[in-house]
Design a protein around this ligand. Sequence first.
Ligand code: G6Q
Length: 553
Amino acid sequence: MSQLTELPSWKALWSHFTRARDWHMRALFEADPQRAEKFWLEQSGLRLDYSKNRITHQTMTLLLQLAREAGVPERIRAMFAGERINTTEQRAAFHIALRNRSGQPMGIDGEDVMPRVLGVLERMARFSDAVRNGEWLGYTQQPITDIVNIGIGGSDLGSLMVCEALKAHAHPRLNMHFVSNVDSSQLKETLRRVHAETTLFIIESKTFTTHETLTNAHTAREWFVHRARDPAAVARHFVAVSTNRKAVGEFGIDPANMFEFWDWVGGRYSLWSAIGLPIMLYIGEKNFLDLLSGAHSMDQHFRDAPLESNLPVVLGLLGVWYINFFGAGSHVIAPYDQYLHRLPAFIQQLDMESNGKRTTLDGRLVDYETAPIIWGETGINGQHAFFQLLHQGTHISPIDFIASLDGRGSLPGHHEILMANMFAQSEAFMRGRNADEVRAELQAQGLDQAAIEHLLPYKVFDGNRPSNTLLLERLDPFCLGALVALYEHKIFVQGVVWNINSFDQWGVELGKQLAHTILAELEGRSPPQAHDASTQRLIQLYLQSNRGPRAGA
Ligand code: G6Q
């Protein structure tokens, strides 16, 4: 039996659950006219309505007790103290220092990291300014018009998501491109749209050993040198972001063109570091600093606010309530904002890579569920696609609705439709539609009794499906920074409750290793290895299909 399931609050929650599972939120709203005000929090430009959850005041009291018994306050303190909370890699998880705008030191093992953090930020700002104002020229003395970011996972998704989200703040001359897939079609299509003379390549890799990234980077450099006809021109067109100075030098990028970060920054937590260089180039230093300030504001709230009014804590505990008690295996991110269309993918990595674990900090296997499957899409598109399952399917999947309140930048009439749909969905998920309501509606449409009874079972919605509504004052760098930090900390809170390390990713490492063995076989560098029959057959088929000259060769 694990420690978690032995906690008094855990047991109390189970006995509470035997009653709570039968509550309907409709009744909870009817019983308490103040419910929407009670389950409401505001912080750092964000408002959270969590009243449409299957909770009462007592549920929250027990969940907060669970957070205390699981040691959430102590673990928050340890994170902010720079302790090596990533125990399997013996590292701190100190991304909070990257956005520390307080002017105060933040240290790991007594060493203040802020001078290094601020030093890199300053170099990033100088470089971005030069590119943005046209001082940084390519090898034919033309300003940069296109930026191609080459990286994958944590060295791609964060910057991609933020650049998409803040497109409205972008420099008018700059086009951003992100290449992550080693499938050459992505790089090929990107290179077709840019010119060597005016393109800047950013090679982003924490380790600078990731095969996909290095392959794309080498191909991009060959493409470039072939056009520039001068290897020296690489210095004006290639920069690197990494923790591995030696490998960057070996690749052929001048260390003067390298922006550094540190091993205490996890890949999926790195957009605040030099990995955010594409963001700064795209939206400028001030906007990038506002993004950091938004995250910093959420950090301070997370560190200082009492648990009951602490947004990341409350969101994290609500997740635990559904995952561990209701057995909800998935969670939906539904932004009602086209600019946030990559947010579901970003949070998917953040959450599933952080908490998709089954070994506790003391090396035992868990006997409870951990991270849910995170999925989603822009909400309005989701409504016309997968929301059917959320309304009437057999799974319960809590939903986060996310939108900005300020629609004044929108074309006339659009934002109202968007928001009306979002509010309507959250209402429908909560209320559902009972048999009496369906009958009344069908009668009003003039259907006869037999037709009504036939349609009735299909048109009834149980409702009682939980959701959170997160409203940003507006989609600006500050609010976005706060939103991302909110999810980072929510995930951390859940990791603490489940007693797992949210900051390692051994599953990613295994895939990286195994592909090397098979690649050697596919390239004919190694004889066939002992694989299972299926893998063996797939390798053989691939080898047979690729005999002979390459297409286009
Ligand atoms: C993130 C993961 C993973 C990582 C990529 C790229 O937390 O560790 O997504 O970011 O595998 O790694 P590199 O930055 O080392 O190329």
